[in-house]
Design a protein around this ligand. Structure first.
Ligand code: 4AD
Ligand code: MG
Length: 430
């Protein structure tokens, strides 16, 4: 007899198999018991017929509670009405542990309660589907860059300085000095791009976001490519192609999970290139025409981003922002000193900014001036400025926020469900 996983079931029709798992649900109707087993790979209905199993087995079946761990032995049979098209005619089972008073029952629970029980909530069908899609997105990201000859170079988490503004830095004591948790790996990615040509880093980033929004975590994952000899237009193309690749992979490999989440698949199927490209200035004109109280130079808030994104079925690329609202390292547009060659990609359906990137400033004098303007400590950036002294080249990159992309693709109303254990201003537990 073979030990199998539920997702292998169709290869074992009419065989007796053993499956290790947990009780998702169990109920009885007279002399027939119905047990939904989950094993991490799927859900499966097992039928327990009183007259066909030993008395002891039926009695033990009656004792089973939600989330008890069991190993089931039975025959695989085809049943078109069962989810997955197969079920098990149970012959016997072993109980490893009888679970008692599992807190998450099939009734409705509030989100705070579920978040406090996140370590258990992960077992539910919806959360399982979300994290399977997250896994698929991570794999697609890595495959995309690996296929295109990028080298993964890991960047540090403990850093001496800010890269994305000082207001969201997490400070920690480091042997008598201050250190900060990385907000981005970008500056190190730039060093790596000068060695490898095509670089990416993919890891956790930390920002002390004091806002409680549906889009912000204090610990989130970002993938950041950095490309030597690459200007802003090409940078946009890399980002667009990445998003299209991810969507196609998820549609191809995780349709089942999207259906569990009741995601509108047609909306995702409409995501095709080329994505519209509009300048910040054009957006301001449009917003003013549509009645928003916004001036040139203001940053977009979430209502503005949603309004811009709603004009399109696809993600939209917004470029050339005022330099005052963007990071010190972005290159000034040679055709207009007031704007930088930066770009953000806004997701449809109000999911907001999923990608932020730019061409990088190569002029060391301008960089030093910007570092001073931002009141950053120049000596912390000496190594970074070295990159402009030894074979400086035009280069660009971007960062894509993993959880924002997961939220959008899964159609979730809040970012907290996109990561196994969310960290926000009000949550450090479990
Ligand atoms: O636009 P950001 O701040 O860009 C950077 O950090 C650049 N250094 C990236 C680069 O060019 N290499 O952040 C990039 C993306 C955002 O578009 C968003 O998707 C995500 O990171 N992000 C967050 N996601 C969740 N919670 C937060 N608090 C986030 N802050 C940024
Ligand atoms: Mg940004």
């Amino acid at each position: 007899m073979q030990n199998i996983r539920i997702n292998q079931i169709k290869d074992f029709c009419d065989n007796i198999v053993k499956i290790n798992g947990w009780v998702y649900n169990s109920r009885r109707s007279g002399k027939i018991g119905f047990l939904t087993l989950r094993d991490g790979f799927g859900l499966l209905q097992c039928i327990v017929v009183k007259n066909e199993v030993s008395e002891e087995t039926f009695e033990n079946f009656k004792k089973l509670t939600q989330e008890s761990s069991i190993s089931v032995i039975g025959k695989v049979v085809k049943n078109d009405r069962a989810t997955g098209g197969y079920e098990i005619l149970l012959e016997s089972f072993d109980t490893h542990h009888l679970s008692k008073d599992y807190p998450i029952t099939p009734k409705e629970h509030g989100t705070e309660f579920l978040m406090s029980n996140r370590h258990l909530w992960l077992r539910s069908k919806r959360q399982h589907a979300i994290l399977k899609i997250r896994h698929q997105i991570i794999k697609s990201i890595r495959d995309y860059f690996d296929m295109n000859d990028f080298t993964l170079v890991d960047t540090p988490i403990f850093t001496p300085s800010a890269a994305e503004g000082t207001s969201t830095l997490f400070k920690t004591e480091y042997f008598g000095k201050d250190a900060f948790l990385a907000q981005t790996g970008q500056l190190y990615g730039e060093a790596s791009a000068m060695s490898f040509g095509r670089h990416y880093n993919f890891g956790p980033c930390f920002r002390a976001e004091k806002s409680k929004t549906r889009r912000h975590l204090t610990e989130f994952w970002m993938v950041e490519p950095e490309i030597a000899y690459c200007e802003i237009e090409e940078d946009m193309q890399w980002a667009e192609n990445l998003l299209i690749y991810i969507i196609n992979q998820v549609l191809d490999k995780r349709l089942n999970e999207l259906n569990i989440l009741e995601r509108d698949i047609d909306v995702l199927r409409k995501v095709k290139g080329p994505f519209p490209r509009v300048s910040y200035t054009e957006c301001i004109d449009q917003l003013q025409k549509d009645g928003f109280n916004i001036q040139w130079g203001d940053d977009f808030g979430s209502p503005e981003e949603t309004h811009i994104a709603n004009q399109y079925d696809c993600p939209v690329i917004v470029h050339r922002f005022p330099s005052d609202i963007k990071a010190f390292y972005m290159k000034r547009d040679p055709e207009n000193e007031k704007v930088v060659l930066g770009m953000d990609i806004l997701a449809p359906e109000g999911y907001g900014e999923i990608v932020g990137g730019s061409e990088r400033e190569t002029d060391i004098e301008i960089l030093i001036e910007r570092i001073k303007e931002e009141k950053l400590n120049q000596s912390d950036y000496d190594w970074f400025l070295d990159l402009r002294k030894y074979g400086s080249v035009p280069h660009s990159g971007f960062g894509m926020g993993l959880e924002r992309v997961v939220a959008w693709i899964c159609g979730l109303s809040h970012i907290r469900e996109t990561i196994p254990f969310a960290r926000t201003m009000t949550r450090l537990n479990p």
